[in-house]
Ligand binder design. Structure first.
Ligand code: ATP
Ligand code: MG
Length: 268
């Protein structure tokens, strides 16, 4: 398999899936995101790197509508998403994982993943409640989608275990499965390798590669493990103090003097 660096220019020339333009976020006097712009093509895997506090999670929180930026625009599939709410995101095709795990500890692996698959269903809450025929079809869709993700992420042996009994690395995989279960077009992964051992990071890399190859979904990945980001991404965006300092192929960004200086604390 290639490193994924081919054909990027072609992809970017097509209509953008995600377009962030002149994004601004401040908290009191702190400017967390400063006039930031970048685009992602459908199916593109984009790494987002930067030192602690650079603004990466804040950018995710704007895309997933947890924060409302003070300036700029975000479009997804050509539509302005700043008019939408966080709860609408899975329905339009944006899924995410969190820097700190957000799972239901007393529910099983399967139940957590089924919760993520809910937006796949075509029926609404009332149809579920009234057990209309469409709701049972939807229930089946949810179960099938969850089962597919359980198998894809190697979770079958522990599918009925409660989340609380699992190791951190396994819970991270469950969170990935849950985000995928909503059938996103864009998946936002916030530090998927955070807290994992060396071997676990390699395993996660394989899983993420399988996901990338199997579904043609775009992924925006925040990660401090540079080796992971550089190997998995088609493109890498680097930020420092909320500003974009580099945007290009992993091989270019990893030797960019501004990135080395700002992110690695090494003079080029
Ligand atoms: N809810 C908030 N209220 C006030 N300040 C915030 C809030 N969220 C983030 N910040 C500030 O905004 C800046 C960017 O934070 P952010 O969490 O986006 O960084 P990050 O790049 O994700 O860092 P890390 O790598 O440590 O996760 C930091 O200065 C942070 O303290
Ligand atoms: Mg963060």
């Amino acid at each position: 398999m290639s490193s994924g660096e081919g054909g990027i220019a072609d992809k970017v020339n097509n209509a953008a899936l995600l377009r962030i333009s002149n994004l601004e976020v401040s908290f009191g006097g702190i400017v967390a995101v400063d006039n930031l712009s970048f685009e992602m093509a459908p199916g593109e895997v984009c790494g987002l790197i930067g030192a602690n506090g650079a603004g990466k999670t804040t950018i995710f929180n704007c895309i997933s509508r947890i924060y409302t930026p003070s300036g700029g625009s975000i479009t997804f599939d050509g539509n302005n998403i700043l008019d939408l709410k966080a709860r609408d995101m899975a329905g339009i095709g944006i899924g995410r994982t969190f820097q700190n795990l957000v799972l239901f500890p007393s529910l099983s692996v399967r139940e957590n993943i089924e919760a993520g698959a809910h937006s796949v269903g075509k029926s609404g809450f009332f149809a579920d409640l009234l057990r209309l025929p469409i709701a049972s079809a939807t229930r089946r869709d949810i179960q099938e989608r969850a089962q597919e993700m359980i198998e894809l992420l190697g979770l079958s042996p522990i599918a009925e275990e409660p989340i609380g009994s699992l190791t951190f690395a396994t819970r991270k995989r469950v969170e990935l499965a849950r985000a995928l279960a909503s059938d996103p077009k864009l998946l936002l992964l916030d530090e998927p390798a955070g807290g994992l051992s060396h071997g676990e990071v390699d395993e996660l890399m394989e899983r993420v590669r399988e996901v990338r190859d199997r579904f043609s979904l775009a992924m925006l990945i925040v990660e401090h493990h540079l080796n992971f980001v550089m190997r998995i991404s088609d493109r890498v965006v680097a930020v420092n103090f909320g500003r974009k300092i580099a945007d290009g192929k992993p091989s270019e960004v990893s030797v960019n003097p501004a990135v080395l200086e700002a992110y690695l604390g090494t003079a080029a």
